[in-house]
Design a protein around this ligand. Sequence first.
Ligand code: PLP
Length: 402
Amino acid sequence: MDEIFGLIEQEKQRQLDTLELIPSENYVSPAVMKALGSELNNKYSEGYPRKRYYGGNQFVDQLEEMAIEKAKKIFGAEHVNVQPYSGSPANAAVFFALLDIGAKFMGMELSQGGHLTHGSPVSFSGKFFTAVSYGVDRETEMLDYDAIRKLAVKEKPKMIISGFTAYPRKIDFEEFHKIAQEVDAISFADISHIAGLVAGGVHPSPFPFMDVVSTTTHKTLRGPRGAMILCKEGFAKAIDKAVFPLLQGGPHDHAIAAKAIAFEEALQPEFKEYQKQIVRNAKALADALMNNGFRLVSGGTDNHLMLIDLTKNNTTGKEAETLLDRAGITVNKNTIPYDTRKPLDPSGIRLGTPIVTTRGMKEQEMRQIAELIKNVIIDKKDPEKVRENVNGLCADFSAFAW
Ligand SMILES: *Cc1c(COP(=O)(O)O)cnc(C)c1O
């Protein structure tokens, strides 16, 4: 057991000592951690509040209802299911609830910023359904709504997915919904990456337009590992049945309680300020990187993330990820739109500001981080030397600025 706790301790120290720039990660509050490590882990509650297949759920029922009410309040949704174990199972529930096997749907191409569950042939979405992919414009590297509309009119999909994992710009959900309406398709937004930004009012909301919305709860929303599905009342029954009993068994009550806590935190005024700072920090980091000689996909960012195209820096995403890791800066290699390289060694890296903002860093620190990244990739300084500066910067900001 000591060995296991020893490794957990080392991971905790790693999170303290290094700059985590992976845009899908965050550091949760001690309150969220406490709920996750609670006795709720011990309970079984198959079913939904007040309709369970097990006894002893009087407190679990109240907790799940609280999580649902808070989520509705944050997003203004008609119906919420807080039971999905994570983002991919939540998306599977949406597909199996609303589409016949084999039905055609549209989603963003994986290599251009879509998620595996939006139609990749290695995912259930591409295996059991017929995916038609759209991409970004070759010149602007941004969404081209006219091109998406034309494709939708030609292909007549039953569902259109918006919401991405590596798209640095704002998404016009109203426009996506209009396109879906024009071709009689269900509009589905997966806001996993930007749920916190939407909750904080710094990204346009998919509500009240979208028919169905899914999101993870552990990214910018800064809650426990997990997900939820929000939808219009007309889809509620089908969604609930797809989550349980079609795809899942007993809900993870400890995670649901932790979601309720994260939602409560998201309703506080400080959360809005946090989300604003995430976006300000991303802009500052993007500007500083461009001033330091890097090319960013689409020329910048409107949200919490950005993609560096390393082509002109004579390096690859894989090399850059490894070098930066040695310097204590954690990023992930990522394809860029129309990448000519392979996904395991693509041309780009993806960076985001949710964690450094949670730690209390501001624009000034973003400029320092851009300088450190330049030191490693452009100036080719010894990563171990750069690491000393990284550790110094981290020491000034406790991992949890709560
Ligand atoms: C992260 C993400 C998911 C998947 O979430 P998991 O919890 O990793 O299964 C789904 N869709 C999008 C857009 C995401 O960014």
